[in-house]
Design a protein around this ligand. Structure first.
Ligand SMILES: Cc1cc2nc3c(=O)[nH]c(=O)nc-3n(C[C@H](O)[C@H](O)[C@H](O)COP(=O)(O)OP(=O)(O)OC[C@H]3O[C@@H](n4cnc5c(N)ncnc54)[C@H](O)[C@@H]3O)c2cc1C
Length: 401
């Protein structure tokens, strides 16, 4: 067991997953040191969907009212055909008996980051090492060592009882765990465009979260409090400047909804998408969570949510171990969360992509028929929203020993 003097947990990464884990550990009386390359909480525009059980979990930090105030409550979401219109609408009110938040909340992930960062800053148990990059990690007889490099080039080795890698897709900590990161890279890039245009003008029946299927060019429309975010697949062979050029943005948006005016586009990002799950999330005293452990396509909003669920599972077990439970307790974290990443998150997001981009007319029709059947049957509808909102996977993971 770690000595009484050095119970500190090192966390690499102040993304949403690292900050959730840090808040939980501190609330359990455990000191944490958070190492983050950036000089502040990263504010780049990434995920924005929070599912019902994630909001239920975050309630304990007192941050949810502020997220709701800054975000947009979305009681339904839709699959649409790009030309035919609505295929099926799913209603989250059917989850009312199972959650305090029977809706998806659209709120940019950095807003949660800022709230969690502020909460940690108020704790005497939290230490931040910002503008500091982890370069390597290893286990020692009684703990862990982390090599870090500061912005001015200074290098040092930090020591602690445990190390949590919440350092995103390029995780240095995953290498120290010795985990493989097998899977696939999606052939197309995902281009996200934010626009002030209100798509409800052209599609009055559109839900705030809509997946538009098309054999040639599918896309996604997601409304936030301030803008609509449109996501299009684009050819990965194009150079970076071309992918995010204003001309391409205008062409894609005009192709989706033709207008006489130009679109006002306030933000453009393109990113590469992978489907990968680490071969283990734990090795002794070193753990990984969030994108460091699993990545998937964003169709269904499961990456960030799954990462937050990892952080809750991990922090509960790590707190127990630091307070005397056997070290092997941590391996159940890996078994539970890895199975969900493989069997639920990856399968659901891959199926969502197939519904959107399948070309063969018969296969498309079969997907549509299935979605309509589910939406039209009260029992199936509820089961489906239990699964896609991730409530079911959290319940199922409790059964994994
Ligand atoms: C460009 C982009 C756009 C995305 N858009 C969407 C989207 O539209 N919808 C969706 O559902 N999901 C999206 N995602 C995925 C989603 O944002 C992630 O699932 C989520 O951020 C995972 O959180 P995390 O805390 O695990 O990792 P991250 O948010 O990646 O945080 C990792 C943190 O670790 C820090 N870090 C990394 N390496 C080191 C190191 N060696 N030393 C110190 N610090 C380090 C980073 O600076 C960062 O702050 C996107 C991802 C990317 C990369």
């Amino acid at each position: 067991m770690p000595s009484e003097e050095n119970q500190t947990v090192l966390i690499v990464g102040a993304g949403p997953v690292g900050l959730v884990a840090a808040n939980l550990l501190v609330d359990g009386g455990i000191p944490v040191t958070i190492v983050e390359s950036c000089e502040d909480v990263p504010r780049d525009l990434r995920a924005s969907t929070f599912h019902p059980p994630t909001l239920d979990m975050l309630e304990r930090f007192g941050v949810v009212p502020s997220m709701i105030e800054q975000g947009l409550i979305c009681p339904t979401w839709q699959f649409r055909d790009r030309t035919e219109g609505v295929v099926a609408t799913f209603e989250l009110a059917r989850l009312s008996p199972d959650t305090n938040h029977p809706y998806r909340l659209q709120c940019e992930q950095w807003r949660l980051g800022e709230l969690l960062f502020a909460r940690l800053k108020a704790s005497p148990l939290a230490t931040f090492r910002l503008s500091t990059t982890a370069t390597a990690a290893r286990q020692t007889a009684n703990g862990v060592e982390l090599d870090v490099k500061s912005k001015d080039g200074g290098v040092e080795t930090l020591t602690a009882s445990f190390l949590v890698g919440a350092d995103g897709i390029g995780s240095v900590v995953r290498a120290a765990v010795g985990a493989a990161f097998d899977g696939i890279t999606i052939p197309e890039l995902f281009l996200t465009l934010s626009t002030t245009y209100d798509f409800r003008e052209a599609m009055p029946d559109i839900a705030n979260i809509s997946y538009l299927s098309d054999p040639k060019e599918w896309y996604v429309l997601i409304r936030t409090k301030r803008v609509w975010r449109a996501l299009f697949p684009v050819d990965a062979a194009l150079d970076d400047k071309d992918v995010t050029s204003p001309e391409r943005a205008e062409r894609l948006l005009q192709g989706a909804v033709p207008r006489s005016e130009r679109y006002e586009v306030t933000h453009r990002t393109a990113y590469r998408v992978h489907e990968r799950v680490a071969s283990t999330y734990v090795n002794g005293r070193i753990l990984i969570a969030g994108d460091a452990a699993h990545v998937n396509n964003p169709l269904g909003g499961m990456g960030l949510n799954g990462g937050v669920h990892d952080a809750f599972n991990l922090a509960e077990k790590l707190t127990a171990v630091i307070k005397g439970a056997p070290l092997e307790t941590l391996e159940r974290y890996s078994r539970q969360r890895r199975k969900i990443a493989l069997d639920v998150v990856q399968q659901t997001t891959l199926r969502n992509r197939a519904i959107l981009n399948t070309r063969e007319p018969e296969a498309r029709r079969a997907y549509y028929d299935d979605l309509r059947r589910i939406a039209g049957d009260p029992e199936k509808h509820r089961e489906y929203v239990m699964r896609t909102s991730m409530i079911q996977s959290l319940r199922d993971s409790e059964k994994i020993a």
